[in-house]
Design a protein around this ligand. Structure first.
Ligand SMILES: C[S@@+](CC[C@H](N)C(=O)[O-])C[C@H]1O[C@@H](n2cnc3c(N)ncnc32)[C@H](O)[C@@H]1O
Length: 260
């Protein structure tokens, strides 16, 4: 009799209120995860398979669907590497797209973020999905109306390749005049594919190599770091540039203090 009762007792003991609540919550999460993931898969299919193709990616699709489907964490790198350069003061994000990084990487550890893009749909998405009290999203074409001010950080992620070499030079002049003396410019771009085809039709100039990117940035700053990561689908370039301290450079470990 005891032999029969013991396993039953064991089972009965396990069914605590916490066990019940946790099981219910797990079931709810499983249903919610599948739903949110398939909804974002459909959103991506509509946005990227039907004309016309957008110029920015809604990173909530990465968060809820694409990352899990592909196991590719590349989309997070720019936010992580850009965060290493944060100085805690004012940030200007150029060509911010959906504003995901402004909110989820740059705003918490900075006093204020001004994030701009020339696409009204990008700014609408940013305001709708990624707003925060210290972020100002602005509609602005950075070729002609780069926001004024002085910034400790300027971030130019996944967008330098959307400009011609002449435009890049003009934008670099404007970046330089808006950065504080020890401010840091950072950003991300891609290397041109070996067959020379463009990764996105909106790209004006894709960089040939690390050295090719360096020649656009080095004339403006005393210290420049460019480094690469490679994924099956993309060869990536990241850059930090400043007249002051750069991440992992001399003096950086003492300089990391920043939090609002
Ligand atoms: C690939 S998205 C990158 C968005 C975001 N920075 C990110 O890392 O996900 C390129 C962005 O550059 C913006 N862009 C292109 N030309 C621009 C210009 N002249 N002025 C401002 N934004 C521009 C596009 O609207 C688009 O949102």
């Amino acid at each position: 009799m005891r032999r029969i009762l013991r396993p039953i007792k064991k089972f009965v003991v396990k069914i605590t209120p916490k066990y019940l609540l946790e099981t219910l919550a797990e079931v709810e999460c499983t249903i919610a995860r599948r739903w949110v993931s398939s909804a974002h898969r459909r959103l991506m299919a509509i946005q990227w398979s039907l004309p016309s193709q957008p110029e920015f990616f809604d990173h909530q699709i990465d968060l809820f669907y694409w990352w899990l489907a592909t196991r590719n964490s590349l989309w997070l790198e720019r936010g992580v590497f850009g965060s290493l350069a944060l100085r805690g003061g004012c940030v200007l994000e150029l060509a911010c797209g959906d504003g995901f990084n402004a909110r989820n990487f740059y705003s918490l550890r900075s006093e204020r973020v001004v994030a701009c893009d020339f696409d009204p749909k990008a700014i609408k998405t940013a305001e709708g999905k990624n707003s925060a009290s210290n972020i100002e999203f602005l509609l602005a074409d950075i070729r002609t109306e780069m926001p004024e001010g002085r910034f400790e950080n300027i971030i130019w992620d996944a967008a330098i390749e959307h400009f011609t070499p002449d435009e890049i030079a003009k934008i670099m002049d404007n970046i330089q005049s808006r950065l504080t003396d020890d401010g840091i410019l950072c950003g991300y771009t891609i290397v041109e594919k070996p067959d020379g085809t463009k990764s996105l039709s909106h790209h004006e100039y894709e960089f040939k190599s690390k050295e090719d990117l360096l020649r656009f940035i080095s004339p403006y700053f005393k210290n420049v770091t460019v480094f690469e990561t490679e994924y099956p689908v993309r060869h990536n370039l990241y850059f930090w540039a400043s007249d002051g301290i750069l991440p992992f450079g001399p003096g950086w470990s003492e300089a990391v203090t920043y939090c609002r």
